[in-house]
Design a protein around this ligand. Structure first.
Ligand code: AMP
Ligand code: ZN
Length: 473
């Protein structure tokens, strides 16, 4: 497989450290609010990557952190902890907020068919690991104490900026964020490993440390958790492109300084979901969630398809019109699959399937070209092979794409059958009769009540000249 590696700026052959095994780390959500569908674009594309690696035969171990402390509202180490902001907004404790939004995140993932990683580790659970790494960085001269905080000294590195080759001035946090500078820093690029002092003294969660009671910086979390579960040589690290700097840059700085050797081989960055006014973000106020899509009547898998239809290294613009197009495409795809009718005992055409399987794999081998992989689904449907082979191939590809192709098609044809000829249901028939009787007795309130109760159960009544019919919504 060829994968674009943002650390080398090249499409490279993907060759993990140990043959047949992949260690994969994903930056998890900061659980101070619901995930927006931009965040979930990153997790969908990472999910496809993980599933494709498994499909290709790798034994993948994937670890994800949950950021429940230390992610500040500015990259310059001067902002407030986002968790604290969330807790204040909802008048709850940080841990309550963390639990609620962690559950909400995994509910969203489930709806989008995103697999839960093998290890999910809240950042607050690994404080000893961070303290050990920071102690070693201080011993090795890569860190210093100033104003009560421990900072990483980026001047000790030969190369600090990994992902961006352009003018370093652009990347300096003070310039990027136009926020105040932290005067304790020896150089602008230095970053906090451990806070005991910040402008915000009401930090709720604090731990004892050799440098005083305080809390870890965000970046050290991902190094600590990854090193704990995946060892000293990581194969693949994922995240949204906004994490490349400073978060991932700092992870590399501290992990390699600590280890004394190269750490992660491949960096996979998903580009942003944008609205017509720019990057979707939580700080901009209104943001789109999976629940909102559902409220508007969209199947969350329509959003998954929408993401798969474009390449992960391109920005993707979200509009309702674009989502409607994906919804129509999904419905059509399911309808075509529903119309397949393999004959009893039909054999699988291995020879006929081979070029289609080849096309699917080469699309994904080519830097995870999911949009091309989706077009192979249509090639399968058009191919001159039997319906049993078509279904088998679609089922196989769905191990990676996770669009519920066969079960969705089955549900669709069941719905269509019910609509065409509703099955006899004595209870509903009795309620329809009771409603007719109520109308006859001019008890319209009762008649309306019966209709509304049925609607709440997903059953719509349609009054026709021949009488009342019903259908499932
Ligand atoms: P956060 O919860 O802010 O820590 O972000 C969770 C993940 O979503 C990270 O990998 C971010 O890089 C990613 N992310 C944030 N905004 C977007 C966006 N608009 N489009 C795609 N990914 C995003
Ligand atoms: Zn991270």
């Amino acid at each position: 497989m060829k994968l674009y590696n943002s650390a080398t700026h090249l499409r490279e052959d993907f060759i993990p450290h140990e043959s047949g095994r992949v260690s994969m780390y994903t930056c998890g959500p900061t659980v101070y609010h619901y995930a927006h569908i931009g965040n979930l674009r990153s997790y969908i594309m990472e999910d496809v990557l993980e599933k494709y690696l498994r499909y290709a035969g790798y034994d993948v171990k994937r670890v994800m952190n949950i950021t429940d402390v230390g992610h500040l509202s500015s990259d310059a180490d001067t902002g407030e902890d986002k968790m604290l902001k969330g807790a204040r907004r909802e008048k709850k404790s940080v841990m309550e907020i963390a639990r609620f939004y962690t559950d909400a995140f995994f509910d969203d993932c489930k709806k989008l068919n995103i697999k839960t990683p093998d290890v999910v580790q809240p950042a607050t659970g690994c404080i000893d690991e961070y303290i050990q790494i920071i102690s070693r960085l201080l011993e090795k001269g890569y860190a210093y104490l100033a104003g009560g905080n421990v900072y990483f000294d980026t001047s000790k590195l030969e190369k600090y900026y990994i992902f961006n080759e352009h003018d370093e001035e652009d990347l300096e946090v003070g310039v990027r964020d136009s926020v105040e500078e932290d005067d304790n820093k020896r150089s602008k690029a230095d970053f906090v490993l451990w806070f005991t002092k910040s402008k915000f003294q009401d930090q709720e969660l604090k731990w004892d440390s050799p440098w005083g009671v305080g809390y870890p910086g965000w970046h050290i979390e991902c190094s600590g958790i990854s090193l704990k579960y995946l060892g000293e040589r990581l194969d693949l690290h994922c995240g949204g492109i906004d994490n490349a700097f400073p978060h991932h840059t700092n992870e590399i700085a501290q992990s390699e300084a600590y280890l004394g050797h190269p750490w992660c081989k491949y960096w996979f960055h998903v580009h942003h979901l944008n609205t017509s006014t720019g990057k979707m973000s939580k700080s901009k106020g209104e943001f789109l969630t999976v629940s909102l899509l559902e409220e508007k009547g969209y199947d969350p898998l329509v959003y998954r398809l929408f993401c798969l239809q474009s390449h992960y290294r391109k920005g993707l613009v979200f509009t309702w019109e674009n989502l409607d197009n994906a919804a129509a495409a999904y419905q059509k795809l399911l309808a075509r699959i529903a119309s397949l009718s393999p004959s009893a005992g039909e054999a699988i055409d291995t020879e006929g399937a081979a070029p289609l399987r080849q096309a699917f794999q080469s699309a994904l081998d080519n830097d995870l070209n999911t949009s091309l992989a989706v077009t192979v689904l249509y090639d399968v449907l058009k191919a001159d092979i039997g319906d049993a082979t078509k279904r088998a191939l679609l089922d196989e590809f769905d191990q990676v794409l996770s669009l519920n192709l066969l079960s969705g098609a089955e549900a669709l044809s069941k719905k269509q059958q019910e609509e065409a000829a509703p099955q006899a249901d004595p209870e509903i028939e009795a309620l329809i009769a009771a409603r007719a009787q109520a109308k006859k007795e001019r008890n319209f309130a009762l008649a309306d009540q019966i209709r509304d109760d049925l609607k709440a159960r997903g059953i719509e009544l349609v009054d026709t000249k021949e009488g009342t019919r019903w259908k499932r919504l």
